[in-house]
Design a protein around this ligand. Structure first.
Ligand code: FCB
Length: 448
């Protein structure tokens, strides 16, 4: 394996971990928190593997000091987390919940005291259920509710948090939530999903000036789940499928965020299912940002599939490729091509890898350690890829490993472990894995 050291990167490069509220906090009914769509969804039989919910998760709401200590002891200089909207507002015209504001205030102070730069995601999928009851993101009133929530949060924390992410992975909010139904709220309706997607992007665009006003000097961006798209064969039909698939999977977001509108190729494919776009929406979405967050896990391989609506493509899983235990292809080259592609095709400003990681079926050894060599090697190979992308001129300024802790992996419940730290759920004991030890040594410059 290639040797890689921290000195291969700029001295002010950010080394962090990424987390999200519903996946780690637990304390679902504590201090005035109300249900989100994920509480409802995970309590619906058959939606989540093993009937798991995030009601307890990693109990981070009560153990946050220990968790921040862990991040600090790993030598990290940044920490990405999300705020649970449901801890801040319990209804449409409600006053902000002082207990919720206090929790995040303490959390942010805890980061600053430990030398961890706070990176705050304002929306990581956990829409209040009371808003879903009124149509959720399909209802433009949710955009206004989001802006009010963002206003309150950024006024409260804007002097302490200088890095804001408006939304995590709008693809998943929209498409897993409303097209394939794998995520909350579980709809299966393409036009609905595309309208949700559009409204989420409008809310992003309209939030940016608000955050700028409340958090002077802040850096603001959005985190997208992007995938390099590869052809299943060299046939002309499969190569054409790549472009169609890419048009919705990647360019649908990138083009509109960078002022080009929705890609004509995708609009032609979705036809009458395209979202209603109101006057001013496209300009709002294309508001200049300071950085783009790239969440990268794996490439998608597609083939021509004439019967599949609307893209006429199908994702395949070719034999003989290295995969994680989740089945996701391990492709560090994919990270290089993705970073090069976004930098070449779009004026993104700084790039951050805001998520990257792997799920393996870890086990606690008899001596109390976790030997996750495959995850460590995944990490080394992706950091090496990132270094190569930087050497080729990429403007990449930081890396956030997904994730600090094993956690509630959405529809997969607790089966999929992504943490650099193992959670022994019955005892809530945290055990830094071999991968976490490696990352820590790397970040401290001690792995050479
Ligand atoms: C991403 C999500 C994150 C986590 C990882 C594995 O799509 O943003 O919450 O579940 O996948």
């Amino acid at each position: 394996m290639t040797m890689i050291t921290r000195t291969d990167f700029a001295s002010d490069f950010l080394w962090g971990v990424s987390t999200s509220a519903y996946q780690i906090e637990g304390a679902a009914a504590v201090d005035g928190r109300v249900p989100s769509i994920w509480d409802t969804f995970s309590e619906t039989p058959g939606k989540i593997r093993d009937g798991a919910t995030g009601a307890v998760a990693c109990d981070h709401y009560h153990r946050w000091e220990e968790d921040l200590d862990l991040a600090q002891s790993m030598g990290l200089n940044s920490y990405r987390f999300s705020i649970a909207w449901t801890r801040i507002f319990n209804g449409v015209n409600a006053e902000p919940n002082a207990k919720g504001l206090e929790f995040y205030s303490k959390l942010v102070d805890g980061m600053l005291a430990r030398g961890l730069q706070p990176w705050c995601t304002l929306y990581h999928w956990d829409l209040p259920q009371y808003l879903q009851d009124q149509g959720g993101w399909n209802n433009r009133a949710t955009i206004d509710a989001y802006l009010h929530y963002v206003d309150v949060i950024t006024k409260h924390l804007g002097s302490r948090i200088k890095h804001w992410i408006t939304h995590n992975e709008p693809w998943c909010t929209a498409m897993h939530g409303n097209w394939d139904g794998m995520h909350a709220p579980g709809n299966k309706n393409l036009p609905l999903a595309l309208q949700v997607c559009h409204n989420v992007l409008v809310s992003h665009g309209r939030a940016v000036p608000l955050i700028r006003a409340n958090a002077p000097g802040a850096q603001i961006g959005i985190a997208l789940s992007l995938h390099p798209i590869k052809a299943g064969s060299d046939s002309a039909a499969d190569l054409a499928a790549v472009s169609r698939h890419d048009a919705l999977r990647n360019r649908w977001f990138l083009d509109v965020l960078y002022g080009r509108g929705y890609p004509a190729e995708a609009l032609a494919l979705v036809g009458a299912d395209a979202p209603v776009v109101e006057a001013g929406d496209l300009d709002a979405i294309a508001v200049p940002c300071d950085f783009l967050g790239v969440n990268y896990y794996f490439p998608e391989v597609v083939v021509d599939a004439p019967d599949e609506y609307p893209l006429r493509t199908r994702i395949i899983h070719p034999e003989g490729r290295q995969r994680t235990d989740f089945g996701w292809e391990v492709s560090p080259e994919g990270l290089i091509s993705l970073l090069e592609r976004v930098a070449r095709d779009y004026p993104t400003g700084d790039l951050y890898v805001t998520e990257n990681g792997s799920s393996y079926d870890d086990h606690l050894n008899a001596d109390g350690t976790v030997t996750d060599t495959a995850r460590r090697d995944y990490l080394i190979r992706h950091l090496t890829a990132m270094r190569d992308a930087i050497s080729a001129g990429g403007n990449i300024k930081g890396y956030f490993a997904w994730s600090l802790l094993d956690n509630f992996e959405w529809a997969e419940g607790y089966l999929r472990r992504f943490g650099l730290t193992y959670i022994d759920y019955p005892t809530q004991r945290r055990i830094v894995k071999q991968s976490g030890e490696w990352y820590s040594a790397f970040v401290r410059g001690q792995n050479s």
